[in-house]
Design a protein around this ligand. Sequence first.
Ligand code: RP5
Length: 164
Amino acid sequence: MTPPLVPVVGICMGSQSDWPCMQNAAAILDEFGIGYETRIISAHRTPDRLKDYASTARARGIKIIIAGAGGAAHLPGMLAANTILPVLGVPIETQALKGMDSLLSIVQMPKGIPVGTLAIGEGGAQNASLLAVAILALSDAELAEKLNAWRANITASIATEPQK
Ligand code: RP5
């Protein structure tokens, strides 16, 4: 039996209800064989859990945090406030405002404390992980090869003409 992968990415989300979106981030990391951990952390409902997670993640070997949240989506920003690890924010699509609330809450960080903000929803969750892979590939030639191959597959899957 292969031993479990050491987690280097932390996938955080504000609620269980964010998992259907955030599982797309997990699926990409699975595809690349990258170890990750998943946590429900709410900036508003579990503020102590947030502080504890963000302030200990780097020492535990986490290199990148991906954080998905919806509505008043303060999770990515508050994680970034408590760690120097790169934080990638995924705005969850909401019923009331279609995720525009999440997007604006995450993207408008004050100078000095950045969050790399992705697109609303599943595509954003996928791309957050692809960005995490690209960052990790800076110091991992084998992973860089895998990412090149993954991109080549995407390119090969795009037809030159639409089906009629
Ligand atoms: C946010 O509130 C979560 O990230 C979630 O997107 C949203 C709704 O949470 P639930 O009411 O479904 O727990 O904190």
